[in-house]
Design a protein around this ligand. Structure first.
Ligand SMILES: NC(=O)c1ccc[n+]([C@@H]2O[C@H](COP(=O)([O-])OP(=O)(O)OC[C@H]3O[C@@H](n4cnc5c(N)ncnc54)[C@H](O)[C@@H]3O)[C@@H](O)[C@H]2O)c1
Length: 331
């Protein structure tokens, strides 16, 4: 059935891929974004699609959110201040957007009785390094003065609100905890490690690895993440649930840097940078972060299909194309 979806953060990295997939399924989409980290150019290639409407504005604007909510059948809330660097550099704006913005979107979804799919994060688990992390696992956090735990707490408040609206008011809410997601159109500007290292490699600059590089992560391709979202969207069995979405292919950040250098055919050295040089205002990292994806797999059959090598090939190609264009003076 053809539906109209409101995608907050629709000009962002994940948002633009989701918008594209929804349009591809014949739906109508309203992409709502204040273009703080998102870019209109992420949607350029979809500009001809009559099913797409882009609205520039903030989720902090209650009237605008309400008007758009009214015109849509369902909402996917992705708008947020994202990226380790951004949340460390601008903790106040990040916290306000991530708590107040989500509250406004959830309240509006309730007023209009619209199902909502809410993007949360693996940061919810804080420094719990259990392997694998299950949705029911504990949150282990450090001091409130560390920006990372403020981001984790803001997203936890969003989850709690969504769940409370579901339980007490019957609003159909579904929460996805996204683990590291990568792929085309991800900006390196806000602390995302794969696009940053890929750009350093193609520029012949040293690859800067924070800490000792033995911390490990799992990187999931954005098209797999979008497939996971589509499987949960408007799925009655997902309502009231929380789902991890991520890859289970684990790599240390040092090994990741080595692989990027090798695959880019680069001769860049790898340089270790102490955390307190990279993030002077307080930073803590966690050793491992590997999701259990049993819950979503059991419900929808979803599992990631793209390998880390697929992801690196694409990210390096994008970085190289960008560099060639900038050297030629076309961007
Ligand atoms: N990329 C990841 O690895 C990852 C991991 C975990 C969770 N997430 C979550 O996924 C969602 C999308 O993240 P992304 O990686 O695409 O990042 P992104 O920065 O590309 O997307 C966020 C979008 O929200 C927009 N935005 C920010 N503040 C806004 C506001 N006040 N009003 C309207 N729009 C606003 C930005 O302009 C941007 O387009 C976020 O909720 C994020 O917390 C992402």
């Amino acid at each position: 059935m053809r539906r109209t979806y409101l995608v907050t953060g629709g000009a962002g990295f994940i948002g633009s891929h989701l918008v594209e997939a929804l349009l591809g399924q014949g739906h109508q989409v309203v992409a709502f974004d204040n273009l703080s980290t998102g870019r209109l150019r992420n949607l350029d290639h979809l500009g001809h699609d009559p099913g797409l409407r882009f609205v520039q504005g903030s989720v902090l604007d209650e009237l605008a959110v309400d008007e758009l909510m009214h015109a849509c059948d369902s909402v996917i809330h992705l708008a947020a201040a994202v990226g380790v660097k951004l949340i460390v550099d601008e903790p106040l704006r990040s916290f306000t957007t991530n708590i107040r913005g989500s509250e406004i979107v959830i309240e509006s979804a309730f007023r209009h009785r619209r199902p909502i799919l809410l993007a949360s994060t693996s940061e919810i688990y804080g420094k719990n390094s259990d392997v694998p992390l299950r949705e029911t696992d504990d949150r282990i956090l450090g001091p409130t003065t560390t920006a990372r735990w403020a981001y984790s707490t803001a997203k936890a408040v969003d989850e709690i609100l969504a769940y409370a609206y579901h339980r007490e008011r019957g609003l159909p809410t579904t929460v996805v905890r996204l683990f590291n997601t990568v792929g085309p159109r991800q900006s390196p500007a806000y602390g995302m490690v794969v696009p940053r290292l890929a750009r350093q490699a193609v520029a012949g600059a040293p690859l800067t690895v924070y800490g000792d590089g033995t911390q490990s992560r799992c990187f999931c391709h954005v098209s797999d993440v979008v497939d996971a979202l589509l499987g949960l969207l408007d799925n009655p069995d997902a309502v009231g649930g929380v789902f991890n979405v991520g890859s289970t292919e684990e790599v240390t950040i040092y090994a990741l840097a080595e692989r990027i250098v090798q695959r880019a055919g680069s001769s860049s050295p790898i340089r270790l940078v102490p955390y307190d040089h990279a993030y002077p205002f307080g930073f803590e990292d966690m050793k491992r972060r590997l999701p259990s994806i049993d819950r979503i797999r059991n419900l929808t059959g979803w599992h990631p299909t793209r390998t880390l090598d697929d992801i690196l090939a694409e990210t390096i190609a994008e970085a190289a194309a960008e560099r060639a264009a900038s050297v030629a003076g076309t961007i």
